[in-house]
Design a protein. Structure first.
Lengths: 291, 382
């Protein structure tokens, strides 16, 4: 029973991490139809920056932990905004080239990170509480999972509030629905593109710093590994659907944890099988709109 | 004979020259490449040794393997309009398939090659049939996921594949003339044959009814469906052929390197091939070859440059970017995509056509237009 609970809760925690990466991807795809391969690079850079901040202020304190998360979000947002302005905007409406540019960026960025911080993973300490476990019905849950879940819930709530209640959120939703109509009403949709990139980058940045604490190390390839699962999550959940991304991240991660525990470490493989099944039954994804 | 007839004949001759010129250039080039191991040519700065020595022959063979792989990817992206991020899976299937067949089934080389090719194509048939449920960008993501699963399988099952260490070629099953540094020139000729073979198959597909249909499907899928034809089947066949050719390149890679590592199944390799094809020019067969060769040479040369003393003496700001070949190649790739969308071949082709006063085609942009017409709107809901 306790292993069941342990697997379930760690699955949800891992799902929270996937959601942090996938939410930005899904929003960007929904609005701009751009598959952002550089998302992993945003995440990795934020993780490295978060690591430097935490290192400078002492890794044990909660203050430096929170500050490193904030810095990670900021770095992710700035990096993403620059990417949108410099690389994506000149290729407006040419989706394949936009994808290729982000591929090139992630290619170059990973190599550059390796050059700056080396190819070996760097280990990191955090507040001592993160290393401990909490007892839930006999299962000892590592505390990092709670942090992941809290962060993901906060990000999800913020995104929902933003999309539903603010003027820019409304423009973004309308832009996804019918971009030419929004433009015809005299609203500059391109500004919301930059905004969506910044939001996605910030979410990925938070995810990056937390992923670093979750795996207790940071390396130049941190982002790429997570990115592939984020892709799977966005396709399974339905491209462009935020709720779909949230549901699918939890589903994918829980399934992955269960398969890892009960089926002899086949988690990654099972996830791909799930992807194939979803595509066969529902090519638009769980919550994707019918074509 | 009056003047007009003479002019007519002249034009006809010019047309036939124009038609046969590429074939002639191709034959001459292949003959020249075949002679290289017997010649003593040096290209300092590009090739490490004179052409008859194993160092250069091995490098050129690697160039040809990647040119073959790039050609197979160009068939997929250029002719079929399918942006796949999982092409390395089939290359790896060829390399690992051959290795496993020799190591664990104990078959001789040629049946092993056959098993590797069939294996690669069967994997392509299954994964392709599933991933073609979606098209465009989602297709790219799904193929990436499949390749990732393949990569995980290779890394995990270390009894069969050697895990992270990689799998080395069981030389007991390979004929002696393909083994060892002394016989590099035989391997060189073998990879040349593979490249020519891949080129001919791609040429045949492109000029056949199948290629015609594939291009029609790329341009306007609905129209093809209205004509009572099946776009799905056409795409799948092209996908499987491209995968088979990639497996062949993988087989050549395995023989050339006498081993393979998990990187040959990874998403990294697919992206590398994508860079080669876009650099060379999407939709041009010779562009893919140029891209493959150029990339491999650049990668090799930049790595040498990165280790050189001139770089080590520079301040950090310059030293770190310049000592990472992949960083430079990534930046080059971004520049090509942004400012030279046709790649090398596309730009040259456009210049030649413009001089002749013909219409210019932009292959990547064509892909985009086709992509837009089938795109399904997505929705953000909260």
């Amino acid at each position: 029973m306790s292993t069941l609970i342990l697997t379930l809760i760690t699955g949800v925690g891992l799902g929270a991490l996937y959601f942090l990466v996938a939410s930005g991807l899904s929003l960007i795809y929904g609005l701009m139809h751009v598959l952002n391969f550089a998302h992993g690079a945003f995440l990795t850079l934020s993780a490295f920056m978060g690591w430097m901040v935490a290192q400078a202020l002492g890794t044990d304190s909660w203050g430096s932990f929170l500050l490193s998360v904030l810095v990670g979000a900021g770095v992710g947002a700035v990096f993403a905004t620059l990417t949108e302005l410099v690389l994506i905007r000149p290729l407006y409406e040419r989706h394949i080239e936009q994808v290729l540019v982000t591929v090139g960026l992630s290619f170059a960025a990973v190599a550059l990170f390796e050059g700056i911080w080396g190819t070996d993973p760097i280990h990191i300490g955090g507040p001592p509480w993160l290393k401990q476990t909490t007892d839930v019905l006999g299962a000892r849950i590592p505390n990092t999972y709670w942090v992941l879940m809290i962060a993901a819930v906060l990000v999800l709530a913020a995104l929902v509030l933003f999309l539903q209640k603010t003027r820019y959120g409304m423009i973004i939703r309308a832009g996804v629905e019918n971009r030419s109509m929004v433009t015809a009403l005299g609203i500059d949709v391109r500004r919301s593109f930059t905004l969506v990139f910044a939001i996605g980058g910030a979410a990925a940045g938070i995810g990056g710093v937390l992923a670093m604490h979750y795996s207790t190390f940071v390396s130049a390839h941190l982002g790429q590994t997570l990115l592939i699962f984020a892709f799977i999550v966005t396709v399974v959940g339905g491209l462009g659907s935020l709720t779909g991304a949230a549901v699918a991240s939890v589903l994918v991660a829980v399934l992955q944890q269960f398969a890892n525990f009960y089926l002899g470490g086949t988690g990654d493989f099972i996830v791909v099988i799930l992807l194939a099944l979803v595509l066969l039954v529902r090519p638009t994804g769980l919550l994707g709109r019918k074509a | 004979m009056n003047l007009r007839q003479a002019q007519g004949r002249g034009a006809a001759e010019e047309r036939s020259i124009r038609r046969f010129l590429p074939a002639l250039v191709g034959v001459v080039l292949v003959a020249f490449m075949a002679m290289l191991p017997l010649l003593n040519l040096s290209l300092p700065g590009i090739l490490p040794t004179p052409t008859y020595l194993p160092g250069t022959l091995a490098l050129l063979s690697l160039c040809m393997v990647f040119a073959a792989l790039a050609l197979s990817y160009n068939l997929l992206l250029g002719s079929g309009g399918m942006l796949s991020f999982g092409h390395a899976l089939y290359f790896g299937a060829g390399a690992y398939g051959l290795g496993i067949a020799l190591e664990h089934f104990g078959v001789p080389l040629w049946p092993g090659v056959f098993i590797a090719l069939i294996g690669g194509m069967v994997i392509a048939l299954v994964t392709g049939a599933v991933s073609m449920r979606v098209s465009g960008i989602p297709f790219a993501m799904v193929t990436l996921a499949f390749a990732q699963a393949g990569s995980v399988l290779v890394r995990r099952n270390s009894q069969v594949t050697g895990g992270e260490e990689g799998l080395s070629l069981n030389t007991a099953q390979v004929p002696d003339f393909l083994i060892g540094v002394v016989n590099t020139r035989n391997l060189y000729w073998f990879t040349l044959v593979v490249l020519v073979l891949v080129y001919l198959v791609v040429l045949w597909v492109d000029t056949s009814r199948l290629g015609h249909l594939a291009r029609a499907t790329r341009e306007n899928e609905q129209r093809v469906r209205v004509l009572g034809l099946s776009p799905y089947r056409v795409r799948l066949i092209v996908f499987v052929i491209a995968a088979g050719l990639a497996s062949l390149a993988g087989v050549a890679y395995m023989l050339l390197q006498s081993g393979t590592v998990p990187r040959s199944v990874s998403a990294d390799l697919t992206i590398t091939v994508l860079v080669m094809v876009v650099l060379g020019g999407v939709g041009f067969r010779w562009g893919a070859i140029v891209g493959g060769v150029l990339y491999t040479l650049l990668d090799q040369r930049l790595t040498v440059l990165a280790g050189s003393e001139a770089i080590a003496g520079l301040p950090d700001m310059l030293r770190i970017p310049l000592s990472e070949p992949l960083f430079l190649l990534g930046v080059l790739f971004i520049i090509v995509v942004m400012f030279l969308p046709g790649g090398i071949a596309g730009t040259i082709d456009a210049a030649v056509r413009r001089r002749r006063g013909e219409k210019v085609r932009g292959s990547l942009r064509q892909l985009d237009d086709a992509d837009d017409s089938v795109e399904t709107p997505a929705e953000v809901r909260a």
